[in-house]
Design a protein around this ligand. Structure first.
Ligand SMILES: NC(=O)c1ccc[n+]([C@@H]2O[C@H](COP(=O)([O-])OP(=O)(O)OC[C@H]3O[C@@H](n4cnc5c(N)ncnc54)[C@H](O)[C@@H]3O)[C@@H](O)[C@H]2O)c1
Length: 316
C-alpha cells in the first residue's frame, strides 16, 4: 500500500445509492482510503419500486465498521436532512457528498407517462438538490471555522450524471432530463460554494451494474454494446471519485468528466460555437434561414445517442 493510502483519514462522506453498483464501489474506495461513510439507499428496484432494507444491510456488512446505513428514499427534503444528520450525529462532520442514487423509467416521448417523468425527476434531480441543500451549510460552516493553522480545503461534491443527459437516448426523455438538470445544478452549486473552497464536479460513468445487466438487446449492435458494457468494472468510477475528493483535485470545480474502464474523459460544456447578427430583431424568415445555412450548417451537433457514440471496444 502506498504511503498516502489513508489520504481521507478523518473525513466523513455521504454516498447516496451506495448499497449497490457504482455507489457501492465508491463507498468501498473512500473507506479504503480512510473515510467514514454514510450509505443512504432505499434498496429499491431499478424503477424505484419495492424498497428492500436487506440490500443496505448486506452492503453495510460488507463495508464494515467505518460505514453506517441509512435506509430511506432520498427524493425528499426530509430524507436528505436525515441522511446528512446521520453523518454529523455519528462522526461529527461531513466533508464529502456523492450524489449517485438514481432510477430509470423509460418511455418514448410520444407515449408520455407523466407520473413516471415526475418520479424520475423527484429521485434523480430533486434528490440531488435536496442532499446538496442539506449538506452545503455544514460544509460551508466547516470552511468558516477553519483558520490559518488549519485551513479547510476539503469540501467535495461529486454528482454522478450520464451521457444520456448530453447526447440523449431513445426512450430516455425522463432520465436524460434529470441527468442534464444535474449538470446545471453542478455548475450553479460550484459557483455558490467556490468561495468556501468546496468543489462540485460531475462524472458520467460507464460500468457494469444491474442496469447494464438488464439491457435486452434489440439488434446485433446492441448485443455487442451490452457484451462490452458488462466488461467494465465500476472500480474506475470509484478511482475518479477518490481523485476528485483528494487534496490533489483542490481547485478543480464545475467540470464534467466521464470514465469508462481505463478511459477518462473531460467533456466540453455548451458555449456558443458560431454566431451571426440579424439586421433587425424581426428579421425576415429568408434572412434567418440563409444566415443559419451559411454560418451554422457545418456546426450542427449530430443526432446520435450516447450508446452509438461510445460503442467502441472499452479499455478495461
Ligand atoms: N451503470 C452505468 O453504466 C451507468 C451509466 C450512466 C450513468 N449511471 C449512473 O450511475 C449511478 C449508479 O448507477 P448504477 O448503474 O450503479 O445503478 P444501480 O441501480 O445498481 O444502483 C443505484 C442504487 O441507488 C439506489 N436508489 C435508487 N433510488 C433511490 C432512492 N430514491 N433513495 C435511495 N436510494 C435509491 C438503489 O437502491 C441502488 O442501490 C446512477 O446515477 C446512474 O444514473 C450508470
Amino acid at each position: 500500500m502506498p504511503q498516502n493510502h489513508l489520504t481521507l483519514a478523518g473525513r466523513v462522506a455521504l454516498v447516496t445509492g451506495g448499497a449497490r453498483g457504482i455507489g457501492f464501489a465508491i463507498a468501498e474506495k473512500l473507506i479504503q482510503h480512510g473515510a467514514k461513510v454514510v450509505v443512504a439507499d432505499s434498496g429499491g428496484a431499478i424503477d424505484g419500486s419495492s424498497p428492500d432494507p436487506s440490500v443496505l444491510q448486506e452492503a453495510i456488512d460488507r463495508l464494515g465498521k467505518h460505514s453506517l446505513g441509512c435506509q430511506l428514499d432520498i427524493g425528499s427534503a426530509d430524507a436528505a436532512q436525515t441522511a446528512v444528520a446521520a453523518a454529523v450525529d455519528q462522526w461529527g462532520r461531513l466533508d464529502i457528498v456523492i450524489n449517485n442514487a438514481a432510477i430509470l423509467r423509460d418511455h418514448f416521448i410520444f407515449k408520455a407517462k407523466e407520473a413516471d417523468f415526475e418520479e424520475v425527476i423527484r429521485v434523480n434531480l430533486a434528490g440531488y438538490y435536496y442532499v446538496l441543500a442539506a449538506a452545503a451549510p455544514i460544509l460551508r460552516g466547516q470552511a468558516k471555522r477553519a483558520d490559518q493553522d488549519s485551513p479547510y480545503t476539503w469540501g467535495r461534491v461529486v454528482n454522478i450524471v450520464s451521457t444520456a443527459g448530453f447526447y440523449g437516448n431513445y426512450g430516455q426523455s425522463s432520465y436524460a432530463s434529470s441527468k442534464s438538470g444535474i449538470f446545471g445544478l453542478t455548475r450553479a452549486a460550484a459557483l455558490d460554494l467556490a468561495r468556501a473552497k468546496i468543489t462540485v464536479n460531475a462524472i458520467a460513468p460507464f460500468a457494469r451494474s444491474r442496469v447494464t445487466e438488464m439491457i435486452v438487446p434489440a439488434n446485433e449492435e446492441q448485443a455487442i454494446y451490452k457484451e462490452r458494457a458488462l466488461r467494465i468494472k465500476p472500480q474506475s468510477v470509484a478511482s475518479m471519485v477518490y481523485w476528485l475528493c483528494s487534496e490533489r483535485a483542490q481547485g478543480i470545480s464545475g467540470q464534467l468528466f466521464g470514465v469508462r474502464g481505463r478511459e477518462v474523459f473531460l467533456f466540453s460544456q455548451p458555449r456558443p460555437v458560431r454566431q451571426f447578427t440579424m439586421e433587425s430583431t424581426e428579421a425576415p424568415l429568408d434572412e434567418l434561414a440563409e444566415k443559419a445555412e451559411e454560418n451554422f450548417r457545418d456546426s450542427y451537433t449530430e443526432l446520435v445517442t450516447d450508446l452509438e457514440s461510445f460503442n467502441s471496444k472499452p479499455l478495461v
